[in-house]
Design a protein around this ligand. Structure first.
Ligand SMILES: Cc1ncc(COP(=O)(O)O)c(C=O)c1O
Length: 464
């Protein structure tokens, strides 16, 4: 096979810089895609009729400009555009690689989409159409993004038409817009007794009253919901039936059906947060499939593809969808079209499914490691989940455990942070397994906590 030979005709200046210029052009035009192996510098020198010194200097400059990179024993390769390092390189991630170990944030494994993103950005650059992506979008421009949303939702069993889908800046934005659309100040919002913490702040901002429904091992208790709805005129219920935060519970089909039936009877809007759902292929059908007229289904690409994309998808019955669409307009006009375009391409060409599979595999691997360490403890987890819920022995209070963990360099969240009722203080902590980029750091953090479980806390006399 012919080696890459830069075209130097018509170029001026030092030879090595001419080579770098040609290299940059060929990378930008796609002649040299990311990952291409360049010829050894001696071979290139021979082909160009220059000294090996010149090609070696050119490659050195190419590395300095982040166009190429040398890999020991393998050769010199074209880097991803923008100077992105190879996928998974901790230096390319903002997550800490030294200092305290962070098990407090429920994010997916980092870096798995970096190389793919580089390729997609290069393809976008080559393909044109970027002017449209930097403009305000019309309904027509947005149609293929809505189609991507429909395709993504259909994988969760959700059928949607273009009038029923709304693209948002992630699930958080979708939930907030759903609350803006479905409630008025003073309305009563119900949640699970332990819930995704930002819901409390959202309710406060929207001047909603908040009341919580008890949980059991399967999630929100249907009987308790029915009882609360009989005595209070609740407007909406926010819940996470799959891989619940923080308890990891996934609700079975009959419980989902009961909740749909209770919501119907009490005219309750359901806001079903399925942000983790796509990670769990064996989960039951969303409640939205059982009560499509009254359920706002919210999901996103954050846990499967990468939270930095900020792409969320919402499905609601057309009348509510319009109000949610207006709330999106009010809060941000529209999600950044470039980001949605990236997600849309990944959904259409199978990349999204592949990246989701990789997150699942990482989650399973990390859950297995944690499961082995905490096998003798009271713990709830799911092989597809990104976190676990660790119940503490009586010697430890959750606050004391969290404080001691922090002293030993491990960040975790105590159960009370998720409680709607300030009087509810579950003696448990949430451990997030995927935020740390380096699995060794995760293992060290988990081992620190496991050792603590076997100790009597210094101030145990205070614990009752
Ligand atoms: C339960 C739950 N819902 C929603 C979100 C928000 O997700 P997004 O990044 O798509 O806004 C998160 C993020 O951690 C979450 O844990």
């Amino acid at each position: 096979m012919a080696i890459w030979t830069p075209q130097l005709t018509g170029r001026h200046g030092p030879k090595y810089l001419q080579i770098v210029e040609a290299l940059a052009e060929d990378i930008a035009s796609g002649v040299l895609p990311p990952g291409t192996r360049l010829p050894p510098h001696r071979e290139l020198a021979y082909a160009l009729g220059v000294s090996p010194n010149t090609t070696s200097r050119a490659y050195g400059e190419g590395v300095a400009r982040a166009l190429i990179q040398g890999e020991v024993g393998r050769g010199t390769f074209v880097r991803a555009p923008g100077g992105a390092r190879p996928e998974g390189d901790p230096a390319d991630m903002r997550r800490p690689t030294t200092g305290p170990i962070d098990l407090s944030r429920n994010l997916p494994c980092p870096g798995l989409a970096a190389t793919t993103l580089a390729e997609t950005l290069a393809a976008l650059g080559r393909g044109g159409g970027l002017a449209a992506l930097t403009d305000y979008q019309t309904e027509t421009d947005l149609a293929h993004h809505a189609d991507a949303a429909i395709a993504w939702l259909s994988r969760s069993g959700i059928a949607a038409s273009r009038h029923e889908v709304i693209v948002t800046n992630g699930a958080q934005h979708g939930i907030f817009c759903a609350l803006m659309a479905a409630t008025r100040p003073g309305d009563l919002l119900l949640t699970e007794a332990l819930t995704y913490a930002p819901i409390k702040a959202m309710a406060e901002r929207l001047a909603l009253k908040l009341a919580s429904v008890p949980l059991d091992d399967e999630g929100l208790c249907a009987d308790a919901l029915d009882e609360i709805c009989r005595s209070h005129a609740a407007k909406a219920l926010y819940l996470t039936p799959t891989l619940q935060t923080p308890t990891t519970a996934t609700m079975k089909p009959d419980r989902r059906a009961r909740i749909a039936e209770i919501a119907d009877r009490h005219d309750l809007v359901l806001i079903e947060d399925d942000v983790f759902g796509p990670l769990k292929p064996d989960r039951p059908q969303p409640i939205a499939t059982l009560a499509p007229e009254r359920t706002v289904y919210v999901t996103s690409t954050s846990k499967c593809l990468g939270p930095g994309l900020r792409v969320g998808f919402v499905r609601a019955a057309a009348s509510l969808a319009k109000a949610i669409h207006n709330a999106v307009g009010l809060t941000c006009w529209m999600p950044a079209p470039l980001m949605v375009e990236i997600a849309a391409r990944w959904i259409a060409d199978g990349t999204a499914e592949r990246l989701t599979d990789r997150q699942r595999a990482q989650a399973a691997d990390r859950q297995a490691a944690a499961g082995a360490l905490f096998a003798d403890h009271d713990m709830r987890a799911d092989p597809h989940g990104l976190h676990l819920w660790l119940k503490l022995p009586l010697d430890w209070s959750a606050d004391a455990f969290k404080a001691e963990a922090a002293k030993r360099g491990v960040g975790i969240v105590d159960g009370a942070a998720f409680a709607v009722d300030p009087g509810l203080r579950p003696n448990a902590v949430r451990l997030c397994l995927s935020h740390e980029a380096d699995k060794n750091r995760l293992t060290r953090g988990l081992e620190t906590l496991q050792a603590m479980l076997g100790e009597i806390p210094a101030d145990s006399s205070l614990v009752i």
